[in-house]
Design a protein around this ligand. Structure first.
Ligand SMILES: Nc1ncnc2c1ncn2[C@@H]1O[C@H](COP(=O)(O)OP(=O)(O)OP(=O)(O)O)[C@@H](O)[C@H]1O
Ligand SMILES: [Mg+2]
Length: 374
């Protein structure tokens, strides 16, 4: 396993294109050795481009790629010693399951006993243990992708394991157990893992750090907890979590911050300078607009008026597994809150909701402003 670094790396597929349109805007990122990462973001944001630059399938327009400090920018995929698993199965249909799994190891001149032991361990972990003699062409799409995964996982000497939405074609029922198996195998060998997914739950359940991408940029890199607790932009607040984080327009005057004609206590320090327009992370937020951000998980129902309680109108109740999501309106603005199912659905359509001060985050122009304790 290796530490992977991108130093001021950017890429454009169309020669001469302005930098603001590049598929990957110049960025500097470090992936620590032995850690697992996910790249998440909407279609076209540059996840595959970033991954392919790491593996060497794409040569970046600008910048350098370092593995453990050594410059790999112009080195081939093979020289980088990367295992890559793609969205669709890449297997040899003329070979058996066993031969497919053994092939990457034979190419590296492992001795046959070591190959045999490794193939069997990985096949077992993926639930293919009793199918090793079957011809790969006879397998269904799920099982073919399992073999592709296995081919990525058999080599424990790789610098990194890169996976580009490997579970897309897998039956949803199987996904859960597969994620667990991938995690077990990667915990055993501790390769540096970079995993691309559209699915934030897949990412959150799986990795130590996420990189949330948008338009060829990394908006935030952090642990699942950091992204949940303090999204640096409204964009990340919207992208991570379900339902998304609430953002309420508030106003500010000399005496404080106001929401729907009532004082809202929140801990923040107004920025000294005006926030530039391009810093805006979310479509809904404009430069300079002050918003209060709070996760639906932290909004409470109050039984009596108190600090940061607001009258709200109940608009809809939705089932969310063991939880319920209430959609309410405060002074014409929508707010979602999550309640335990046992809490029941409140009677009547007028409620009192509490926005606990410690959980209300200040956003200016879509960017997290300085939070001051107190
Ligand atoms: N070979 C290519 N030639 C030209 N443009 C490309 C090429 N590959 C990707 N792009 C463009 O680069 C941008 C980033 O694409 P990329 O495939 O990296 O996104 P992605 O985040 O992996 O998307 P998805 O989630 O759909 O796989 C997109 O605008 C895409 O259209
Ligand atoms: Mg992609």
């Amino acid at each position: 396993m290796a530490q992977l670094e991108l130093l001021d790396v950017g890429h454009c597929y169309v020669p001469g294109e302005g930098e603001d349109r590049w598929a990957l805007k110049p960025l500097t990122v470090t992936f620590e050795a032995g850690k697992t990462y996910a790249l998440v973001g909407p279609s076209g944001c540059g996840k595959t481009t970033l991954l392919n630059i790491l593996s060497g399938l794409v040569s970046p327009t600008r910048g350098r790629v370092l593995f453990d400090g050594a410059d790999m920018t112009r080195r081939s995929t093979r020289e980088r010693n990367i295992a890559q698993v793609f969205q669709f199965p890449v297997i040899y249909t003329s070979m058996t399951v066993y031969q497919n799994l053994a092939f990457p190891l034979e190419c590296r001149n492992w001795d046959s006993r070591r190959i045999d032991a490794k193939v069997r361990t990985v096949a077992e972990a993926l639930g293919l243990g009793d199918r090793l003699k079957e011809p790969a062409r006879k397998l269904n799409a799920d099982d073919k992708q399992l073999i592709s995964l296995g081919r990525g996982l058999v080599r424990d000497d790789v610098a990194a394991l890169l996976m580009d939405e490997p579970l897309t074609v897998i039956d949803p029922q199987l996904k859960f157990s597969l994620r667990r198996r991938i995690r077990e195998i990667s915990e055993q060998f501790r390769p540096t893992v970079i995993y691309v997914t559209h699915d934030q739950y897949e990412a959150m359940s799986f990795v130590e750090e996420l990189l949330v991408m948008k338009d060829g940029q990394v908006m935030q890199q952090g642990t699942p907890e950091e992204l949940f607790e303090s999204p640096r932009s409204a964009y990340v607040g919207y992208f991570i979590g379900s339902p998304s984080m609430n953002f309420l327009d508030v106003t500010q005057d000399g005496s404080g911050v106001w929401l729907a004609g009532q004082r809202l206590a929140m801990s923040w320090q107004p920025p000294a300078a005006r926030v530039p327009a391009e810093a805006s992370g979310a479509g809904a937020a404009q430069a300079g607009v002050l918003q209060a951000g709070i996760r639906p998980e932290y909004v409470r129902l109050a039984s009596a008026p108190g600090p940061n309680t607001f009258p709200a109108r109940l608009q809809a109740v939705r089932d969310h597994g063991p939880l319920r999501v209430l959609h309410v309106e405060i002074g014409g603005q929508r707010l979602a809150l999550k309640l335990a199912r046992e809490a029941g659905v409140p009677h009547g359509d007028t409620l009192l909701v509490e926005l606990p001060r410690a959980k209300v985050l200040p956003y200016v122009g879509g960017q997290l402003a300085t939070v001051v304790a107190g």
